[in-house]
Design a protein around this ligand. Sequence first.
Ligand code: GLA
Length: 381
Amino acid sequence: MSPADLFRERFGRRPSLLVTAPGRVNLIGEHTDYNAGLVLPAAIERSLVVAADAGGSPRIRLYAAAFDAVAEFSADAPGEASLPRWARYAQGVAVYLVLRGIVLRGLDAVVAGDLPIGSGLSSSAAFEVAVALTLERIAGVTLPPRERALLCYRVEGEFVGVPCGIMDQFAVSLCRRDHALFLDCRSLETHHIPLPAGVVLAVCDTGVRRALQASPYGERRQECREAVRLLQQRRPMVTSLRDLMPDDLPLLDPLPPRLRRRARHVVAENARVIEAARALEGGETGRLREIFLASHQSLRDDFEVSCPELDAMVEAALEAPGCLAARMTGAGFGGAVVALVEREEQSRFLEVVEDGYRRRTGRRGLCFTSAAVGGARAEAI
Ligand code: GLA
């Protein structure tokens, strides 16, 4: 059933607004966003969709199809309700919009769509951004997409309490069709990098799950902070690992070996994002295989966030027809591999990669291809 039909069924009238927020996949630049570094995500065709209409009361009522659950809170004092975890993302968005001075109105909304929840494709960022756009539109305001992305980022970290970088909310908000988003997480400067014609994105999910909170994600962030603290003893100007260039790698020598490896990954990965963006812009797609592979190896060996299933999926992808490049994507410890694949070969690619993954691991991977799409949008219906 479409989100609009679901809305009609639940609320007995037609929705007046449809908001779509896509998931994202990161092409390269992993574990760099919280180190003030560089990332290159793209938005994918799978999305969360909100169908909504202004309500007759000052209450915000949300039905989430994925949880078959309703959450309700007041538009004037959204922070007062005690809500289940999934709904706190929406509540936090409302609280921060009110703090921003926006007068919210009551509304009814259904959240549905085909973006899988919790599989590393930024369903939480898509949810936050979709809810923000819905609340804004019904209140008759529109924040600039960057401001919305920053607000949602703060909601996730401060209100819900899940540590995350800034990449996801930016990708969901700002991506452009057929482009990847080059984002400098320090200056927040962005460039849209065209993807080669005839190439699609492939997302190859290992089926292995680990939520950010339960994973060593927080530990990696802490290790990066500790590396910076030690580096500052000799170079007080260093405020993040972003301040180091590949030429500065000898500076890492005195660090304890584990921190040296973590820092080496971040420094080299920032350089690879620039290389990959240049290769894409210059049409040198032949170079991407090596750049992606170096990123995967660095995440596996230096940053230690891969797992046997991700390694197996990368191998399976690299031997499948039409594959230009493949690497693990997102936080790691499970989740998905991203690949760039020739459009003409996509069905054979999917068949061979799923088969290769099953042979290697005995597990069923879930793989799909997608065009790169634009960021979140709202339309009156
Ligand atoms: C998760 C976070 C992102 C980023 C990646 C690692 O997906 O949500 O902000 O830190 O991990 O690159």
